[in-house]
Design a protein around this ligand. Structure first.
Ligand code: PEP
Ligand code: MG
Length: 572
């Protein structure tokens, strides 16, 4: 039966393929007695050996598609599976107590997990997580259910999930994953942002797609309009194939602008930069004609692994990006963990409101070693290109001063030890907390630049969680309240001879661009896949006319009125 759903268009394009359900299976069971303990032990051993061959396969596949460093996570799991000190006691438990394998597995591993978790040594504490993962895998084989392994996907599919964490998204192989659709999330949740950087069509926040879709059912994802069709008719498939090919043609048109600079019809140049998460995203930046990197989200370097990246690893990553950009600006944001981005190896207490909690610069101040390691890696890499550093989630001028002082301290130490450091690193802040937007005139005296993070600025201004699709209607980039904050920031920076960029999703929004151009934004940083269509738009706009549009927009009452004005001013 055909089923149509509406969600939030999160990444452009059309995908038509079979569903791959990335949904956690039910692993519940009852404890029971067994009459034949020997055959129960055998059942357990079979589950262990299937888990071993499955993990070996996943490890090989992950090494091929994601690289050796990511694949190493699975080595730790294989070690646990092959450890007689772990497996032996479970078998003993089955034999001695005549219990089913599931409950022996649960009880014995619980004991090991609490033992490891109570250790002082961080490395040993991390082993508890490995045991949990391995237990889940053995349990799934005992119960005859399947744990999805996105790294093993080897045919064209559309991934259907409740939500995708940034680390799930990082595991998706573009060759086979043609699109994804989720129950929850919004346009600015990090899985959506990553889908755009991978250029995979995506629809998020459908509320019920996992309940409505079965494994292998055909699914159409319309990432342009936010539509999802499960079990489409032949006519619907034909219709969307046409939209898909029209979109490809459109992209080929934009492609022609790849080597052009971004100049409005009346000759005003603005910079179109790209947001990246890893050095691997550089290819997309170059192929889409990015003029700079306006936001390098360094936290992705810390994800999908089981320990902190060393200073050396970070240095290599930053150097690769700076060299890859061949002297063009690269704005690197220091670690922004917290909110929807967590690290399995950084033990943080659960919070009631993670987006209002211990996140980004706040977490870096409390873990200064972590912060200093990153700053040293950045400073050392600075000689390889045009590095600019910015701090996330700055709420007060004192926070900026503190971050700057730590950076200068590390710089001084490096210079004293004879290490070369670039003397001209610009230092800026993200404007994503309303307090900083309001006080931009004071900040502008001390920073070299601002970059407006509208994903957070809008969630904090509207008090609407960016991950919650129930309040996603309040994600209103065109609301005059947001426009006034943006204008205040741009004007404040210009008054002090500084510049303002924007790296939130609003910067690549085709309705917002005319307004931002009119407000005098200097740099627009977006998913690489949005650059060429934005360049095409800006080349058709008259900046002087957009100034008039922006002035009027700032004095409207609602987002809808602003959209109507934009339509009027941009009609050709
Ligand atoms: C933002 O908040 O707009 C931003 C660019 O940062 P992030 O999406 O990573 O929070
Ligand atoms: Mg942010």
């Amino acid at each position: 039966m055909v089923k149509e759903l509406k969600g939030i268009a999160a990444s452009d394009g059309i995908a038509i393929a079979k569903a791959y359900l990335l949904v956690e299976p039910d692993l519940s069971f009852e404890k029971s007695e067994v009459a034949d303990a020997e055959s129960e032990v055998k059942r357990f051993q079979d589950a262990v050996s299937i888990s071993q061959s499955e993990l070996t396969k996943i490890r090989e596949q992950a090494a091929k598609s994601l690289g050796e460093d990511k694949a190493q996570i699975f080595d730790a799991h294989l070690l646990v599976l092959g450890d007689p000190e772990m497996i032996g006691p479970i078998e003993e438990n089955i034999k001695n107590n005549k219990v089913n394998a599931e409950s022996a597995l649960q009880e014995t591993t619980d004991m090991f997990i609490s033992m490891f978790e109570s250790m002082d040594n961080e490395y040993m504490r991390e082993r508890a997580a490995d045991i949990r993962d391995v237990r889940k895998r053995i349990l799934s084989h005992l119960l005859g259910v399947t744990i999805p392994n996105p790294a093993l996907i080897d045919e064209e599919v559309v991934v259907v999930a409740k939500d995708l964490t940034p680390s799930d998204t990082a595991q998706l192989n573009r060759k086979f994953v043609k699109g994804f659709v989720t129950d929850i999330g919004g346009r600015t949740s990090h899985s959506a942002i990553m889908a755009r950087s991978l250029e995979i069509p995506a629809v998020v926040g459908t509320k019920e797609v996992t309940a409505d879709t079965k494994k292998d059912e055909m699914v159409i994802i319309d990432g342009l309009e936010g539509n999802v069709i499960i079990n489409p008719s032949d006519d619907q498939i034909a219709h969307y194939k046409k939209i898909q090919s029209d979109f490809e043609l459109q992209k080929a048109e934009w492609e022609k602008l790849k080597n052009e600079s971004t100049v409005s019809k009346d000759g005003v140049h603005v910079e179109l930069a790209a947001n990246i998460g890893t050095p691997n995203d550089l290819d997309g930046v170059i192929s889409n004609g990015g003029e700079a990197i306006g936001l390098y989200r360094t936290e992705f370097l810390y994800m999908g692994r089981d320990n902190f990246p060393t200073e050396e690893e970070q240095y290599e990553a930053y150097k690769a990006v700076l060299e890859g950009m061949e002297g063009k600006s690269v704005v690197v944001r220091t670690l922004d963990i917290g909110g929807d981005k967590t690290l399995p190896y950084l033990d943080l207490p659960e919070e009631m409101n993670p987006f209002l909690g211990f996140r980004a610069i706040r977490l870096c101040f409390a873990n200064e070693d972590l912060f200093r390691t990153q700053l040293r890696a950045l400073l050392r890499a600075s000689v390889h290109g045009k590095l600019k550093i910015m701090f996330p989630m700055i709420a007060t001028v004192a926070e900026f001063r503190q971050a700057k002082a730590i950076l200068l301290d590390e710089k001084q130490k490096l210079v004293a030890s004879g290490t070369d450091v670039n003397e001209n690193i610009e230092l800026g802040i993200m404007i994503e907390i309303p307090a900083a937007a309001v006080l931009a005139d004071q900040f502008a005296k001390e920073v070299d630049f601002f970059s407006i993070g509208t994903n957070d600025l809008i969630q904090y201004t509207m008090a609407a969680d960016r991950m919650n699709e129930r309040v996603s209607y309040l994600y209103q980039p065109y609301n005059p309240s947001i426009l006034r904050l943006v204008k205040n920031v741009i004007d404040a920076s210009h008054k002090e001879g500084k510049w303002t960029g924007m790296c939130g999703e609003m910067a690549g929004d085709q309705t917002a661009i005319p307004l931002l151009l009119g407000m005098g934004l200097d740099e627009f940083s977006m998913s690489a896949s949005s650059i060429l269509k934005s360049r095409s738009l800006i080349k058709r706009l008259d900046q002087t006319k957009m100034v008039e549009l922006a002035d009027k927009a700032l004095n409207q009452a609602t987002a809808e009125e602003v959209v109507a004005l934009v339509e009027k001013y941009t009609a050709e």
